[in-house]
Ligand binder design. Sequence first.
Ligand code: NDP
Ligand code: GDR
Length: 351
Amino acid sequence: MKKALITGITGQDGSYLAELLLSKGYEVHGIIRRASTFNTRRIDHIYHDPHPNGGEVRLYLHYGDISVAETISNIIYNVRPDEVYHLAAQSHVRVSFDMPEYTGDVTALGTTRILEAIRKSGFEEKFYQASSSEMFGSAKPPQNEDTSFEPRSPYAAAKVYAYWLTRNYREGYGIFACNGILFNHESPRRGETFVTRKITRAIAAIKSGRQKYLYLGNLDAKRDWGYAPEYVEAMWLIMQQDKPNDYVIGTGESHSVREFLEEAFGYAGMKWEDYVRIDPRYFRPTEVDYLLADASRARRELGWQPKVRFHELVRIMVDADLELAGLPCPGEGKRILEERFGDWHRWEQQV
Ligand code: NDP
Ligand code: GDR
């Protein structure tokens, strides 16, 4: 049985990746942070009590923090994973301007700590680094593996550092270390302060009378938005190749925040202009204007291609948030998931 270690298992991607690896027969280990309230909502449905009669146990959780090297080393040494998926990060771009030093420590140096633990362990773990399209910053679209990085935030700069460190350990120490350069990917499990989920949650809150207006920042930024469960599949594929490499993952379709608003409010039978207000607090000192993936290497070498398109993603997320709020939903998004993915359980795990 293969063993995987996931940092950031409680996040959007970590939870989908854990599901995917369990479904492939892996034993999955995840690093979680101690918090004063439960922070495992996204993985509670796949966790079984290790005590007798708790069901089959293949998911193990370990307390740790990627800002502390010692705990990381101990976990890697004790677990001896075949594959390490490093997803933990301070992942919010706007917040990285408020907490630049902390973001550098967690998002950049966190990768150093894990790569060093792998190098020192002497085992042959494969390593996946959650790199980001934010690294491209102001580089002209479409962006692919040969596009230069022009980071526009402390978050993006930290990710560029981690990207190069990953390549450095691959080239310098022969570690099977890969970068997945993922463009934005969303889902009903997306963190509530990222713009897509903020919008779809607001639609439900406005419809149920709990919220009057939705305050946003820059509506002109364009993003290549895909569906998160398909992106964790790309992570796994990257780790199954004969040779380690770096891959851009995205849909090749880009839309502005304004277009997301139009699509989402329109689908819910509302006019976004009636509810959206601009709050300058949500503007960033420097913005990334236009991201558009050229994922041809992934298509060619991994055979990876996304099925869910922009307008479908919007429907999936709006339906999910309406249901979560106990409201009736148009149901097109639900149908898409049932038809394409053949299951329903992803709906129940919203947070
Ligand atoms: P989330 O913000 O949803 O999850 C981040 C995870 O990192 C959480 O599990 C969080 O734990 C954990 N974490 C944060 N700080 C620490 C720390 N100091 N020690 C241990 N764990 C920590 O991110 P996503 O799932 O959306 O993204 C996964 C990764 O992919 C991130 O690295 C992100 O930067 C990157 N990425 C994401 C993209 C996207 O569109 N989603 C695109 C490209 C890259 P807790 O629950 O306790 O807060
Ligand atoms: P991003 O995602 O910065 O691309 O990073 P986010 O959803 O935060 O912003 C997308 C665009 O929307 C604009 N925007 C707002 N954003 C937020 N969060 N809140 C608002 O109110 C708002 N109004 C407008 C932003 O300015 C931006 O242009 C995400 C994260 O998941 C990163 O971890 C990941 O690396 C990248 O995607 C790829």
